[in-house]
Design a protein around this ligand. Structure first.
Ligand code: MG
Length: 386
């Protein structure tokens, strides 16, 4: 029996993780759960899975519901310290990090320090602290298994292969909802249009990132750290059907790809059962129902966020942390209808041009750059931070 801690259990990945765990009850037990502020769903999850303790990030919500959870025999931790407390628990085998944003970095490091497997959906962990995180994992011999569908695909393609036989990795991108929309019309994109992803059902932040293609940019950085390739060996191809989740090309011209319907439960289950596979009852791909699989080059001029992510990765240091922080703030401002869609890349570029990101050797350094970038975005717009 493996014990799971699910950080961010009320979000899209978190809820799907619990569905996977419920279907594999003979193998997995849920020990800890955390939410940002969705106490109602967390209560339902507690009744179903009977964890030992939970954390609620929003302190007001945490104190309002403590009694209800305690009646069920479950301890409640509040705020960011509560989230960190849960990520440090000893009696856990796998920590599923399904948090959204840079906030996921320290919980990942805590879990790795304890030698736990981290099933990682929080790509910002690696965008922000890739070097520190990979160093920590190799120091203690802990595994990071990606949940992101592209990286899960790459990991599956690499199974049984020698690292030096890899020539390049190709991440597929759906292209998002605006693949065919003119760049000149991006200023008119509404929040509802941007939240309407053609293939994947995900949380709001990643859905906006998919519409700007920043999500693919963050995934390029994630792949760089996870698989230790040269930047020049990582490519992106637009594949609107989202059936091929990524490719690996080998030195002998052979290419492996991983395919499946766009269903996050598949990579979630693989991250939990890795390196084994277990039977699943998800919908199966029927090739006779596929009319076509198409591929095209990404448009770096139209989707500037993707280009900015490559630039930040090449710049090194804390540039990806600046990119990520500026993007988080810009996306949040767009979602609250305070800026236009085409201001997202403009604000990220402005932060990369004007924020310092040279030396970084600690989590404290990274968080300092992260804060500077967030402040810069708000200064540029004259809006309050927070
Ligand atoms: Mg992905």
């Amino acid at each position: 029996m493996k014990r799971l801690s699910v950080l961010g259990s009320t979000g899209s990945i978190g809820s799907n993780t619990l569905r996977v765990a419920a279907a594999l009850r003979d193998q997995f037990e849920v020990a800890y759960l955390t939410t940002h502020r969705n106490a109602r769903l967390l209560l339902q999850q507690v009744r179903e899975f009977r964890p030992r303790a939970v954390a609620i990030f929003d302190e007001t919500v945490a104190s309002a519901h403590t009694v209800e959870f305690r009646k069920l025999g479950v301890e409640v931790y509040g705020g960011f310290p509560g989230l960190l407390e849960i990520s440090r628990q000893q009696d856990v085998d796998i920590v599923v990090n399904a948090l959204v944003g840079a906030i996921g970095l320290q919980p990942t490091l805590n879990a790795l320090r304890k030698g736990r497997r981290v099933a990682l959906a929080n790509k910002e962990t690696l965008v922000l602290g890739g070097k520190l995180v990979m160093q920590k994992a190799s120091q203690v011999g802990a595994e990071i298994i990606p949940i992101d569908s592209e990286h899960s695909a790459l990991l599956q393609c690499l199974a049984g292969e020698e690292a030096n036989a890899v020539r390049k990795m190709v991440l597929t991108a759906s292209g998002g909802p605006f693949r065919e929309r003119a760049a000149g019309d991006f200023q008119n994109v509404t929040v509802d249009e941007a939240l309407n992803h053609p293939n994947w059902d995900m949380g709001p932040k990643i859905t906006i990132d998919s519409a700007t293609l920043m999500n693919k940019g963050l995934e390029v950085i994630e792949a760089f750290w996870l698989f230790g390739l040269d930047i020049s060996a990582i490519e992106v191809v637009v594949h609107p059907q989202s059936i091929i989740h990524s490719f690996v090309e080998f030195e002998d011209c052979s290419i492996k790809a991983q395919l499946g319907l766009p269903d996050m439960r598949v990579p979630i289950q693989y991250a939990l059962t890795y390196p084994e596979r277990r039977p699943a009852e998800f919908p199966r791909l029927d090739f006779t129902q596929l009319s076509e699989l198409t591929f095209e080059q990404p448009d770096f001029e139209k989707f500037r966020c993707l280009d900015l992510a490559f630039q930040a990765l090449r710049a090194g240091g804390a540039a990806p942390a600046v990119l990520n922080a500026a993007n988080e703030e810009a996306v949040s401002l767009f979602l609250s209808r305070k800026i236009k869609f085409d201001q997202v890349p403009a604000l990220v570029e402005d932060a990369l041009t004007n924020c310092d990101y040279n030396s970084c050797s600690s989590v404290e350094d990274l968080l300092r750059y992260d804060t500077c970038a967030r402040e810069h975005v708000h200064r540029a717009l004259g809006t309050p931070l927070g």
